[in-house]
Design a protein around this ligand. Structure first.
Ligand code: ZN
Length: 193
């Protein structure tokens, strides 16, 4: 899947948004990619999973591990394409944890799969979950990389769509200065600035 095909898929799914957004990081941005809007279509999710799998097969992972919620659907599709199981870690008292009986065997080869990487923080935390279980993290991947190449992971990393999304500190945001209401992506109501 080429970059243009991927962007076209996002555009057609209404997942490439223009406006004035307050990101989870607190920064403001004129654009946002809502991966869930693409992944809601199972054939699209499957195609993205296959594309990621094609980049990670050589690492010979035996299990996919994703952080909930964002990584669950794409992780499952990567697992399907690789023919390995797909599990997820979720937050309990603030820390990512394996629950529901999910377990990793010592020495198992894990690939961490996310929808979007921004700072790499949740990817690193997911890698820590795998390593704490004695598994080996062989790589990490995402659909979208918003880090500008600064995710700083200590394993091979691949994203289908490296994207430089402009961000502003709220106090320096030109959209705020124009008086445009800032919204939290995914919500219909204006966010507190
Ligand atoms: Zn703003």
């Amino acid at each position: 899947m080429t970059r243009d095909e991927l962007l076209d898929l996002y555009r057609r799914s209404g997942a490439l948004l223009d406006g004035h957004f307050r990101l989870t990081s607190g920064l403001h941005s004129p654009g946002y990619l809502q991966c869930a809007l693409v992944l809601q279509h199972p054939p699209h999710a499957e195609a993205l999973g296959r594309a990621i799998a094609d980049h990670t097969r050589d690492l010979r992972p035996t299990v996919v591990l994703s952080p909930a919620l964002g990584g669950v659907v794409i992780g499952h599709e990567v697992g399907r394409a690789l023919g390995v199981r797909a599990i997820f870690a979720e937050r309990q008292d603030g820390a990512l944890t394996l629950r529901r009986g999910f377990a990793l065997d010592p020495g198992e080869k894990v690939i961490v799969v996310e929808d979007v990487v921004t700072t790499g923080g949740s990817t690193r935390e997911t890698m820590d979950v795998a390593r704490a279980a004695g598994a080996i993290v062989v790589g990490a991947c995402a659909i979208v990389d918003r880090s500008g190449g600064k995710q700083g992971l200590d394993v091979p990393f691949h994203a289908l769509l490296p994207m430089d999304v402009t961000t502003y500190q709220p106090e320096e945001c030109p959209l705020c200065k124009q008086g445009i209401a800032v919204v939290k992506p995914g919500s219909r109501t204006p966010a507190k600035p």
